[in-house]
Design a protein around this ligand. Structure first.
Ligand SMILES: Nc1ncnc2c1ncn2[C@@H]1O[C@H](COP(=O)(O)OP(=O)(O)OP(=O)(O)O)[C@@H](O)[C@H]1O
Ligand SMILES: [Mg+2]
Length: 218
């Protein structure tokens, strides 16, 4: 899926988080977004998914402006086409690990236990499907969130600090999973990260600032 962000601005009252943010992600491309804490990286990712509103500019996917879809159409579009790894995981506490990973498939009316087990094994959580989230470590929860974001083979994968809680070796493995899965399905990948190792794997690195987004020279 192609993604276009056009002169986007986000404000809270008088306070501008960012403005003049324009970028394009080609189908199958992997773009990393870096920038200091609080500059609006999570906010920008939420706007890309239609999970947050903005104050100027627009977001288009395959040429279709998100703003032209009503809430229901946007939710359906997101279920079908987007995988989102939230910075705070957003794992549901009363569902076990396998049920959490299966959720995007269930919302699309599918069940595929084999696919769920496959996703658990590629993120290194085989055998933990029946655990509840509270019985997992932070890094294991992060991998549940990643398996869940990939299980329905989205054409756009938005990942917010997906390796933030992981040791370097596990982080590298998780990055392998994200890159391989998106390549395998031709998905576009937008990764927000503070990790130089993770950003180094991207096709391009963009630096978000309050006054726009620029190609990173580092
Ligand atoms: N409801 C709100 N009212 C006012 N300001 C808010 C609100 N929610 C978020 N902000 C501000 O918006 C800015 C962007 O937040 P965001 O979470 O997108 O930053 P970030 O770049 O993802 O930071 P980090 O690297 O720490 O995750 C922050 O400065 C935050 O304080
Ligand atoms: Mg953030």
């Amino acid at each position: 899926m192609t993604l276009q962000v056009d002169d986007l601005a986000k404000r809270y009252g008088e306070a501008t988080v960012f403005e003049h943010v324009s970028l394009e992600v080609a189908a199958g491309e992997f773009v990393a977004i870096v920038g200091e804490s609080g500059v609006g990286k999570s906010t920008l990712l939420n706007c890309m998914a239609g999970l947050d509103s903005w104050d100027a500019g627009g977001v288009r996917h395959d040429g279709i402006a998100l703003a032209t879809l009503d809430d229901e159409a946007r939710a359906l579009w997101r279920r079908r086409h987007v995988g989102f790894v939230f910075q705070a995981f957003h794992v549901l506490p009363h569902l076990d690990v396998a049920q959490n990973v299966a959720l995007p498939l269930m919302l699309l009316g599918h069940t595929d236990a084999g696919r769920v087990q496959h996703m658990l094994s590629i993120v290194g959580l085989e055998g933990l499907g029946e655990r509840l989230p509270q019985q997992l470590s932070g890094g294991q929860l992060q991998r549940v969130a990643i398996a869940r974001a990939l299980v329905h083979r989205p054409s756009l994968l938005l990942a917010d600090e997906p390796t933030g809680n992981l040791d370097p070796a596990t982080a590298a493995r998780v990055m392998d999973v994200l890159v391989e899965q998106s390549r395998e399905h031709g998905a576009s990948l937008v990764l927000v990260t503070h990790s130089e190792a993770a950003a180094a794997r991207a096709d391009r690195v963009l630096h978000l600032r309050a006054d726009g987004i620029v190609s990173s020279t580092s």
